[in-house]
Design a protein around this ligand. Sequence first.
Ligand SMILES: N[C@@H](CCC(=O)N[C@@H](CS)C(=O)NCC(=O)O)C(=O)O
Length: 239
Amino acid sequence: MPSERAMKTGSACPPPPGPGKLRLYSMRFCPYAERTRLFLAAKGIEYETVNIHLKEKPEWLFEKTPIGKVPVLEKDGKIVYESLVCNEYLDGIYPDKCITPRDPLEKARQSMVLALWDAKVVGFYYKLITAKEDERPALTKQFVDGLQFIEKALTQPFFSGDKAGALDYNLWPWFERFCMLKHVGFELSVDKFPKLTAWMERMMQLPEVKACYFPPEVHGQFGKSWMSGTPDFDIGLEE
Ligand SMILES: N[C@@H](CCC(=O)N[C@@H](CS)C(=O)NCC(=O)O)C(=O)O
């Protein structure tokens, strides 16, 4: 079992996974990689993880992906990167417990909600984390307005229907991290977001979510280390 500690510049890439074995290149606190970890956990797929130090990337990362970002999947010499692409690929190569909607209209609906998420929410989330005090009110308004689109899109117990599905897993990682916005005065309130807060409670009960989850203290610790310019990718791991 390879170490979970993040691999840095100058390190040697672990030998390729054996035939039929799956490897995920990841970073423990990356929300995009968590999308893929959630899919893997929900489908019950065995895999190994190679974590990457994203401030001192190993040279070989760029042989896997010219973009140099995680998540990346590797299996039988084939490489796939980009979280949403990775997740659909997983459903393609492990068709049991298919999570991606088969119905074209439902698939389009889920992709449109993700497009709204990208256009109206996620950018403001990252801006808010580092916003100066005088920038916070305007950014918070834009962020809350964007989140109202997502609240409206939740018309069922889960975004994907009666059970959690692709859209739930692809959105969840940021909701897990909303605790990082407490210092700017944002909390997802039941008054403003009754459906999203109830959905969060339902999500927190799922074994796949529990398996991928880090508590607010750990996200906070990672966030602090990230802001200081020397992120600690190995919080809680043994030397
Ligand atoms: N669009 C990509 C985004 C992935 C991404 O931004 N990953 C971050 C970590 S959370 C990363 O690898 N950053 C390294 C960098 O920007 O150099 C996806 O969906 O997989």
